[in-house]
Design a protein around this ligand. Structure first.
Ligand SMILES: [Zn+2]
Ligand SMILES: [Zn+2]
Length: 272
């Protein structure tokens, strides 16, 4: 299983020298196995993946954790979606507030966007799956798990060819670690976990308290990794205020807690 980070930032994309080594694009992770392409979230990093793939045609499944801006804004800029022979499947979990297709269409209409979703002619299907039942995409077995986040989010366990990873972005543990997530991540080769805040930031030191904003601390991420006995932990969904130097510092802190930690950085590719 090949994993590549195309966007590792949370909340809003950033640019500039201070962010160059980590990357400024929002959430997008590509997973390849047996020639099948799975894309986790369509933040602004999806534009770069589309540019690398070219106009197409391209076959892929795009799987969404939830539908906040930083996880969908790359969709209108994903070049292969405009190729009529591309074969793209968009998958999200069932939500009370509407279908995946409706949410993606809502960001591509006046007065906020010039081109409608119907112009993405390579987008062949939009599928809303159950929040609590595993499903298969080609060689991938995908298991969703509800997590705490405003308007909801799901973490996904993805398995193929005997390798495994968990994608747990935008999850908030609050006062105690969610043991359901620990069980989902049990023994995976790679855990990609939200690590937006330091414990001090979460508590409100030097800024507003971030409780209820839907994100984890570095300590939460390393604790889940330790309890689940994962192969490697990728700190993910970096705060837009986090410079490269600050990301380096967080990485060092995380390694002191769980040695096999690293900060996800744009362009980094892993072989599981
Ligand atoms: Zn987010
Ligand atoms: Zn979110």
């Amino acid at each position: 299983m090949q994993v590549r980070f195309w966007g590792v930032r949370g909340s809003i994309a950033v640019s500039g020298d201070a962010y160059a080594r980590t990357g400024g694009n929002t959430t997008c992770v590509e997973v390849l196995a047996e020639g099948e392409r799975l894309v986790l979230d369509g933040g602004t990093g999806l534009r770069g993946l589309g540019a690398a793939l070219g106009f197409g045609p391209v076959r892929a499944t795009l799987l969404f954790s939830h539908l906040h801006w930083d996880h969908i804004q790359g969709v209108p800029f994903f070049a292969p979606a405009f190729h009529p022979e591309s074969d793209l499947t968009f998958v999200g979990v069932t939500r009370a507030s509407g279908t995946l297709r409706e949410a993606l269409a809502a960001q591509m209409r006046p007065p906020t966007f010039p081109v409608g979703l119907d112009r993405l002619v390579g987008a062949k299907r939009f599928v809303d799956v159950a929040r609590d039942a595993p499903f298969e995409v080609g060689p991938f077995r995908v298991s969703p798990l509800d997590q705490a986040h405003p308007d909801g989010v799901v973490a996904y366990r993805v398995e193929a060819g005997g390798r495994s990873m968990v994608f747990a972005t935008d999850c908030e543990h609050g006062t105690s670690i969610d043991d359901r997530l620990t069980r989902l991540a049990e023994g995976v080769d790679l855990l990609v976990h939200d690590a937006q805040y330091t414990a001090a930031e979460y508590q409100g030191v030097g800024g507003p308290p971030r409780r209820g904003w839907g994100h984890s601390t570095i300590d939460d991420a390393t604790e889940v990794a330790r309890r689940a006995g994962v192969g490697r932990l990728a700190l993910f969904h970096h705060d837009p205020a986090r410079s490269d130097d600050a990301v380096d510092a967080l990485e060092a802190t995380a390694r002191a807690q769980f040695q096999r930690s690293f900060a996800a950085r744009e362009g980094v590719s892993l072989s599981l």
